[in-house]
Ligand binder design. Structure first.
Ligand code: GAL
Length: 782
């Protein structure tokens, strides 16, 4: 998918692609490197170069990025005496080796800019400044060491350290955040750079879906350039999917969509993508002045200001800002009046004409209405009649390579993250049949408890705190009772001071009788088993699809814990990406043709409150400000790249941990895409005081429709010039209406994109004296 996505980024006006480098996938075993398939870093950098774009290579090697263990390989943790990210010999030796490995690889392939390659910038460490306090003097020295180590590689392009106020010269300290206009680098010789501007936020299981209105995002970007910013990077412009067990933790979801301008599936997200493209164009129109001009500042009133970049007195570009969050304003600049909506910036590349205003999203009309995204029509294939097979896993210890200990073991040190699962098994003797209370305390992230091989309880934490307790009334049989607990990790911790030694798994198990007399079972004899039986059998593998391990039959067990399901499906026609709808399932992992498409957890609903479908973009944004899907699963759709399926039967395998109904799974693909635009006569560019019927020199506003690359406009559903009502997907005629379908069809059918002027001169005037708008809804198909 890389070339297509990079092409869309380029079309969106980007000229640099920034990427992390994930150490744990490039060196899965110490000294054994891996750069194949989707981890082929050289190929990625060259693909960007082929598209004519530059690269910012964030080597780290700490990445964070909601990626498993922040990008560190687990083996690193087991090097004797190691302490991560501080002055520590064993760690520094390994970090230096990996940095050198990546730098050498790039040099050998001539990929640095001075060698004719696309890499113009590189990053060492990542936001260490946020956690440095926790490492004391060792941390301060580590920053100096990391900087010097990077510089010693002589890569001939600048290094940056993000969120690192004490980045030693000449390493450039850069800003990460929702806004960076007030950021000042730690030396006047360093440019003002923004390495992470969040286009939305990441998703965790059990949380609502965050989104960031494009008006606010555009405002943040424009303010940054208004205030002397240079390099700016979206995090994420395309976030994609954390396939397999690559998602970090705790409890980070599989989708890394991030509300980014290119969505998880590689489709452009409108109006975000288009609005930012127009913003980039407007900023580039000012480039000459921003790069060579002198900056002056002018107050235009309360919360109102202009920054002007001039080459000579009358030769300039200007940014006019209204950074108040509620009051729109008319400002006078250079003798002309300009309308500035609250929380917006107008860009005037010639100091006179507004070429862009951040709050004025083409095709959108009212404040707070931030989600006119094109809806997709999908073809959905139900798997209810598919041939299902299953395998019921053994509960508890399933092999003789288990281990025993007289205490509760920490999970990650025990599994080395070779599996999400660790079985904790012990026995409880009862002198008679009786009731009792069982109390379990866990560092995280989830655990399913079985008493005498029957499901007893399930407990789980959440992203911000993965620890949890389970307390449950139980009935013990006389004699020996078996307690089997499967403790689960959902992504190894990726952020925070000393995150690398954050533990997981059980730490207390107590039994209390009905008089509350307690017995601590934590130091009982426990038997441990890493992983589940199905994992060790390799049930996800394609070569086991016909194995007799699988049971076939007409009535598949549903709502069953620790079960594997298998079926086949024929992929719906088309070239587009696929997704699996796993809403009917509990918690687990899914594979298509042996490729893990990630962890799912459909039964973990987000809190019922805290969401808003109409988020007012005005005022400071934070990750909790705009959320949707409250009271619902974080994610039910799971991306299956088209290249992972073939014609004929494809194998689907699921490992269900809690209980679900696989017959309700469906496979979806997008066959058509609805695109809309609704633009008023007032929406002229420039946005100065336009008056109807005046002989203004302003350009005529346009309705613009853009289909995804490779898709074309196939039909026009609705096209009304007058006062049409409603939103995309539900437009309706108003009291004033001229059906202009045929004119729109003429301009658009068969094209990937088209624009139609919104003007009475073109369409005739159905209601003179009334301000009219043009609403269009069309269908793109592949
Ligand atoms: C930053 C970090 C990124 C990513 C982001 C949240 O702190 O540098 O890697 O984790 O937060 O998505």
């Amino acid at each position: 998918m890389w070339p297509g996505i990079i092409e869309k980024a380029k079309e969106g006006g980007l000229d640099v692609i920034e990427t992390y480098v994930f150490w744990n996938y490039h060196e899965p075993v110490k000294g054994q490197y891996y750069f194949e398939g989707r981890f082929d870093l050289v190929k990625f950098v060259k693909t960007v170069q082929d598209a004519g774009l530059f690269v910012h290579l964030r080597i780290g090697p700490y990445a964070c990025a909601e990626w498993n263990y922040g990008g560190f390989p687990l083996w690193l943790h087991f090097i004797p005496g190691i302490q991560f990210r501080t002055t520590n010999g064993p760690f520094q030796a390994e970090m230096e080796l990996f940095l050198a490995k990546i730098v050498d690889l790039m040099k050998e392939e001539n990929l640095f800019a001075t060698q004719g390659g696309p890499i113009i910038l590189a990053q060492v460490e990542n936001e260490y400044g946020n956690v440095e306090w926790a490492y004391g003097v060792g941390g301060e020295l580590y920053v100096k060491w990391a900087a010097q180590t990077a510089l010693n590689f002589n890569i001939s392009v600048p290094w940056v350290m993000c969120s690192q106020e004490d980045a030693p010269d000449p390493i450039i300290n850069t800003c990460n955040g929702f806004y960076c206009d007030t950021f000042v680098p730690n030396s006047p010789s360093k440019p003002k750079m923004w390495t992470e501007d969040y286009t939305g936020w990441f998703l965790s299981f059990g949380y609502p879906v965050p989104y960031r209105p494009v008006e606010d995002l555009a405002f943040a970007v424009a303010r940054f350039f208004q205030k002397g910013g240079t390099f700016h990077n979206y995090y994420m412009y395309f976030g994609g999917t954390n396939f397999g067990r690559t998602a970090g933790g705790p409890l980070v979801a599989t989708s890394y969509d991030y509300d980014a301008p290119i969505d998880e599936y590689g489709f452009i997200r409108q109006p975000k993508w288009g609005h930012l493209r127009d913003l980039h164009m407007a900023i580039k129109q000012c480039e000459e002045y921003l790069v060579n001009g002198d900056q002056t500042h002018q107050s235009l009133g309360i919360n109102l200001e202009a920054d002007i970049y001039h080459r000579t007195a009358n030769n300039c570009a200007a940014f006019l800002a209204n950074y108040g969050s509620s009051l729109d304003a008319n400002v006078t600049f250079n003798g002309k009046v300009y309308f500035l909506p609250a929380w917006s910036v107008s860009i005037l590349p010639d100091c006179k004409t507004v070429s862009f205003n951040t709050a004025k999203v083409a095709g959108k009309k009212s404040v707070g209405d931030s989600t006119i995204s094109p809806s997709a029509s999908v073809s959905e294939l139900s798997l209810s009649n598919s041939p299902w097979s299953w395998y019921l896993e053994k509960v508890g210890i399933w092999s003789n390579d288990s281990l025993t200990a007289n205490n509760l073991l920490e999970q990650i040190n025990t599994t080395k993250d070779t599996s999400d699962f660790l079985w904790y098994t012990t026995s409880i003797e009862a002198d008679e049949k009786k009731d009792a209370f069982l109390l379990i305390e866990s560092l995280g992230h989830a655990a399913l408890v079985f008493l005498n091989k029957k499901v007893l309880a399930f407990g789980y934490g959440y992203h911000d705190d993965a620890s949890f307790n389970i307390s449950e009334k139980i009935s013990l049989e006389q004699g020996n009772n078996t307690l089997d607990i499967i403790s689960m990790i959902i992504g190894v911790q990726n952020y925070g001071p000393w995150f690398d030694i954050m533990g997981a798994g059980l730490y207390t198990v107590i039994l209390a009788d009905l008089k509350n007399v307690k017995k601590d079972y934590s130091s009982n004899e426990w038997t441990y088993q890493v992983g589940t039986e199905g994992e060790s059998l390799g049930l996800d593998r394609t070569d086991l699809a016909n194995s007799s391990l699988w049971t076939q039959g007409s009535s598949i067990p549903i709502n069953q814990s620790l079960i594997w399901y298998k079926s086949t499906f024929v992929a719906p026609d088309g070239k587009g990406p696929l997704s699996l709808n796993l809403a009917s399932m509990g918690k687990g992992q899914a594979w298509v043709n042996g490729q893990s498409i990630g962890r799912y957890w459909s039964t973990y609903l987000s809190p019922k409150t805290g969401c808003t479908d109409k988020c007012d973009y005005r005022g400071s944004y934070d990750a909790q400000k705009c959320q949707k899907k409250c009271g619902q699963p974080a994610q039910i759709l799971y991306h299956v790249p088209r290249t992972w399926v073939h014609s004929g039967e494809n194998l689907l395998v699921l490992h269900e941990e809690l209980g679900g109904d696989p017959s309700k799974i469906s496979v979806m693909t997008r066959t058509e895409q609805v695109v809309c635009s609704h633009v008023s006569e007032y929406d002229s560019i420039p946005v100065d005081l336009w008056k109807p019927n005046s002989d203004s020199s302003s350009q005529t506003p346009e309705v613009q429709l853009t289909c995804d690359q490779g898709w074309k406009i196939a039909s026009v559903h609705f096209a009304s010039f007058g006062n049409p009502k409603g939103d995309c997907g539900m437009f309706a005629q108003g009291s004033c209406h001229a059906d202009v379908s045929s004119a729109v069809e003429q301009a658009c059918i068969g094209k990937q994109k088209c624009s139609v002027p919104v003007s009475a001169a073109k369409f005739g005037n159905p209601c003179p004296g009334v301000v009219k708008s043009l609403a269009v809804e069309a269908l793109c198909s592949a």
